[in-house]
Design a protein around this ligand. Structure first.
Ligand SMILES: [Zn+2]
Length: 105
């Protein structure tokens, strides 16, 4: 099964914006602003909206960095092969990802 999809230039741009928004959200998370949780959430919600609008999904590597329930970056990663468990410190939501077990050369 070949999952590779060709994306058009509009989608490529959307993806770039998504990455940028996650970058901003991560920077925000490190700041001391009182509003940081709200702003982080705003960036991540926007990233998701851009994805939906342009029919691109949030890249897998980014999906593992936030809680999809409350859009918080305040998560804990637990490796329990064959799973990677993402636990949200804010709302206690847990999400399991299958670890990529392909041996890298
Ligand atoms: Zn959460």
């Amino acid at each position: 099964m070949n999952q590779e999809k060709k994306i058009n230039s509009k989608q490529k741009l959307a993806l770039e914006r998504i990455y940028r928004l996650f970058e901003l959200a991560n920077q925000m998370q490190k700041s001391t602003l009182e509003e940081k949780e709200n702003l982080t959430k705003k960036y991540l919600t926007l990233a998701k909206k851009i994805g939906e609008k342009n029919n691109v999904s949030i890249p897998k590597e980014l999906k593992k960095t936030f809680c999809k329930k409350c859009y918080s970056l305040n998560i804990k990663k637990l490796e329990q092969p064959p799973f990677l468990i993402i636990k949200c410190i804010n709302c206690k939501f847990e999400k399991k990802f299958r670890l990529d077990l392909k041996t890298s050369i």
